[in-house]
Structures are given as C-alpha cells and as structure tokens.
Design a protein around this ligand. Sequence first.
Ligand SMILES: Nc1ncnc2c1ncn2[C@@H]1O[C@H](COP(=O)(O)OP(=O)(O)OP(=O)(O)O)[C@@H](O)[C@H]1O
Length: 271
Amino acid sequence: MRVYELRNVSYRYPTGEWALKGINMEVKRGETLAIVGPNGAGKTTLLKIMDALIMPTEGEVLFEGKPIREKTMTDREFRRKVGFLFQSPDVMLFSATVLDDVAFGPIHLWGRREGIERAVGALKLLGIEHLSGRHPYSLSGGEKKKASIAAVLSMDPEVLLLDEPTRDLDLKNRNFVIDMIRGWKAEGKTVVVVTHDLRLIRLADRVYVLDKSLLFEGTPKELFSRPELIERANLDVPEIVRLFHLLEIDEIPMSVEEAADIIKRWKRFNP
Ligand SMILES: Nc1ncnc2c1ncn2[C@@H]1O[C@H](COP(=O)(O)OP(=O)(O)OP(=O)(O)O)[C@@H](O)[C@H]1O
C-alpha cells in the first residue's frame, strides 16, 4: 500500500520562486526512500509538503489514500503517524530544557505521565539523558541534533521524514543514526530521507534525484552507474565506484565487500 502519492505537485514561495515543478512520486509502506539533489533543489520543501506544513501551489498529495488538506496540519492522527526531523535542530528546540522539548509532543498526545516516560526513554536511547535539564541553546551542534532526534523518536511515528539526519554529527554519532535508521527499516517503518550521505543512500530501497523536478527514480546501484546524475545531484562519487567506472566494469559495487566479491568472481572466470 502507498503511504504517499504526489500528483503533479508544484510549489512556489511567496517570493515568486518555484521550488518544485510537476512532481509525481510515491512512497510505499515500509520502504526506505532517499531523496538527493543539489542545494536549493527543493528537497526540504518537498518534505514540508509531505508533513502537511505547507500546501502545494499546484497538484495534490495523498496520505494513505486521502488528500492532505490545510486541516491535516493539526490532525492528531496524522501528527501521531508522521515524524519530521528538521535539518536545523534550532527549529525543533524551543523550550527551557531538553526534557521539556522532547516531552512536548508525547505529552500532547498521551498526557503528562506517559509523555515524560516516553521522552526519558528516547533520551536514554540516544545516550543524552544527562542533558535533560540543560537549556537546548547551550548544547553543541551534535547534541542539539541528537535532542531533536529524541523528540521525533519519543513520538514513535510510523513514517519518518528525515532532513539530513547525519549532518553535524561526528563519525560515531553518524554511525549511530545510520544504525537507528537500519533498525527502523527492519521494524517496517517507512523512512523518507533527504541526504548527501552516501552510506544513507546505500541503505535506501529507492532513490529519487530532485532538482526542482524529478530527474531519476531507481535503486542506489542504478544511480551510481550514472555518473552524469551523480554530478547533477552534487554527490561525492565513492572511490570504489570511481575505480569500477575507470576499469569499465559494468557491475557497480555499493561497498568494499561487494567490490571484493565482484573481483573474486571475475578472477574465477579469468584465472
Ligand atoms: N521560505 C522561503 N521563502 C522563499 N524561498 C525559499 C524559502 N525556502 C526555500 N526557498 C527557496 O526555494 C528553493 C528550494 O529550497 P529548499 O530548502 O527546499 O532546497 P533544498 O534542496 O532543501 O536545499 P539544501 O540542500 O540547500 O538544504 C531554494 O531556491 C530556496 O532559496
């Protein structure tokens, strides 16, 4: 079943700038979908439309088969199902303490006691329980990011819209977030992730390349066998992929391990 269906969606900001043009796309239940594209391509705008924060100028968005309307923005059921991690944690953190911030959504939905319980659980899971009493603005960039992830996590949404979830994080925390997304995927949650992070792209079942309009839809492997698209999306080409392009090997590996398998197979047939 489709979680989202976008029909001919365009969006123009009040400044007159068209951020999106004629987008037709779908998100299937349980899939991990990556959206990639250069700066200013409309990726964040697209996520905001999927989160019902803004309405398309043209076209229509269906969520679970029903059209998203202005009133969807404040619909409890929709808010419970869909979690949005903003690119900038500052947008999500506005209370006096980290705990208040993380508990805000769950208290609204489940009441004070359960809300706090869920918030503390999410802070523990992210290993930032010790920051509970701190003012969000006193946190480091990475800590803020983790606090905003905890705020999304505490709502236990079925659908996660993630805008650059690994940006601003060091290697250890990046790995943590990637493992977390892997876990959500295994649990059957639907994940839509805007990213430039190759490791996240590899995790996706499908990728869309966006530059105001959609340029490509396919698997990560198909994307990486199209150098012109990688350039258009302003993505780093993984070294291992570059090597396979240079050797004119058609099969493109998505990891060093996969590259080793391809080479071993090749050696077996060309001893
Ligand atoms: N509030 C706004 N008012 C006017 N124009 C905006 C607004 N927000 C974004 N835009 C413009 O719309 C276009 C798409 O912006 P958007 O943030 O969706 O791109 P993006 O792909 O997420 O970019 P990035 O990778 O830099 O985050 C850009 O040209 C941007 O300048």
